[in-house]
Design a protein around this ligand. Structure first.
Ligand code: BV8
Length: 261
């Protein structure tokens, strides 16, 4: 039998101990935050940014997700977001999104997401801070009038504002842009006050969003990482669960049902 099958008793004891610490934390916890990134939507068929088939592997972020790129070629950037919206509209939330929504039965849950795909809301989560905006919303860059998609024609050409003729852009945070203050500070405060801060499906390389789990840790929150591989955040997570979030989150929900019944 290969060594891999026989963990040393120390490793096994250490892991069992960590698991017990984690389940004890789950039992005591009241406030829980899920800080999520593109990885939680991967099993819905939406590609991540930095993984092997990630979006940014095919192009540099500045090429499309920046105000300069938009002003240089509004039709190209608008078309890219239309393409991403088409993908998102053809997908659904996955078991990971639904498990987070259902955990609201057992905890005061807040979702702090970097994602713009609206899948947490579609899965039924109530308290959501969207750090990087929402691809379903758009606004005029001149008079700031907001437009839902239904009000805009579905062509790939960038639409013009009906009020002032200005260019309409997606309501997402581009590189070099400030995050919406209410979303960032709301999400940061929720994480700081959380008993457990789950960090799910993020490479934790985009700032200032990636500061949020650090603030949670500094304020005594128990940091649980859920990812398919180690990240920049793994070194300060209290507990790391390596695997797909669509598998792990439903297991945590099942564990909660057992603990609470
Ligand atoms: C800012 C919205 C202040 C748009 C996004 C130069 C000038 C200005 C700022 C900077 C600069 N250089 C650097 C910066 C800071 C910059 C930054 O952090 N850059 C990084 C790349 C180094 N940040 C900014 O620009 C921010 N603004 O700083 O303003 C300012 C203002 C003016 C002047 C100076 C400063 C704005 C950042 C927001 C950018 N917008 N998205 C759009 O989507 O089109 S970022 C984009 O990255 C998405 O929002 C995404 O969510 C986010 C983070 O990525 P992740 O979610 O972590 O996704 P990723 O693919 O990286 O990782 C996926 C993970 O999932 C992996 O770990 C993988 O292993 C895992 N996974 C995969 N499958 C699964 C899984 N896990 C579990 N289960 C699975 N099944």
């Amino acid at each position: 039998m290969g060594h891999a099958k026989f963990k040393t008793s120390v490793t096994f004891y250490f892991e069992m101990n960590l698991k017990k610490e984690f389940t004890d934390k789950l039992k005591e916890a009241k406030k829980i935050v899920f800080f999520t990134g593109a990885g939680i939507s991967a099993e819905s068929g939406i590609s991540t940014f930095r993984g092997k088939d990630g979006i940014w592997n095919k192009m540099k972020p500045e090429e499309l997700a920046s105000f300069n790129a938009f002003m240089k070629n509004p039709d190209l950037v608008w078309e890219w977001y239309q393409h991403r919206r088409d993908i998102i509209h053809k997908t659904s939330p996955n078991k990971g999104h639904y498990a987070i929504a259902e955990l609201e039965k057992y905890f005061d849950v807040t979702v702090v997401t970097q994602n713009i795909d609206n899948l947490h809301r579609r899965a039924g989560s109530k308290k959501i801070f969207e750090l990087h905006g929402n691809i379903e919303r758009n606004f005029c860059i001149d008079c700031k009038t907001f437009y839902d998609l239904v009000e805009l024609d579905s062509s790939n050409k960038v639409p013009n504002c009906k009020k002032c003729g200005g260019l309409i852009r997606p309501d997402v945070v581009w590189f070099g842009e400030f995050l919406p203050q209410d979303q960032f500070s709301g999400g940061e405060k929720a994480a700081e006050w959380s008993d457990i801060c789950f960090v799910v499906g993020t490479s934790a390389v985009v700032y200032p969003a990636a500061y949020i789990p650090m603030s949670a840790k500094r304020n005594g929150s128990y940091i649980v990482e859920i990812n398919v591989e180690p990240t920049d955040l793994s070194s300060y997570a209290d507990y790391s669960l390596f695997g797909k979030s669509g598998d792990i989150l439903p297991e945590i929900l099942t564990e909660m049902r057992t603990l609470k019944n």
